[in-house]
Design a binder for this molecule. Sequence first.
Ligand code: SAM
Length: 223
Amino acid sequence: MPILYIVATPIGNLKDITHRALEVLHGVDVILCEDTCVTHKLLSHYGIKKPLESYHQHSRLAKADHILEMLAEGKNIALISDAGTPGISDPGGMLVEAVRERFYDAVKIVPIPGANAALAALSVSGFPADRFLFLGFPPHKKGRKTYFEKIAATEETIVFYESKHRIIKALEELSRIAPARPVMVARELTKQFETLYHGTAGECLAQLKKDKILGEFVVVRGL
Ligand code: SAM
């Protein structure tokens, strides 16, 4: 039975990949990825040579059909994203749905778990993590206000992603809606400039502004 593997890859440090993930990437017929350059770097680090095909959430229908055809031919496929776990604020979900719809249980879908920026940040936040709400990226414009209002009204630990372009705005917004709540901002996890900022949103903002606003960010808001 053909298998579609959903494989987690590192979020920065190339060592953060499981033995099983490497075994699967070595063994499959094709690897679907977002950016072939990013994937090439990972694969060449581990001496893996495989046909790569690009796959984005918005890949045309023809692309999805092509992938379904490869599975129908009996090929084993691994889907990876540029970093972390596919499907989590990354392409993956639609492909899994399409494969399940077309093949039901004639294609096995297998998760290969590993790195994920949201969970890595949560694990060092010190905030309650038995229950938490993951909100992905805040919308850029439409829906942004409602997004932060939802955060203000939620009595749970909240985790969200933000880019270097909007992290300042997001912290300003958090500071406005819930000025006293504890926040942790995780920057560049597992990478050379990994930094954890703790305090209220306003305090994190002040610390962050002293540094260069570079890299990738996860924000965790405590209770
Ligand atoms: N699928 C990925 C995962 O499992 O974490 C997330 C992909 S999402 C497109 C990319 C966002 O994740 C970045 O903009 C940032 O908010 C967060 N992120 C990814 N790697 C990170 C890292 N090393 N440090 C901090 N945040 C990171």
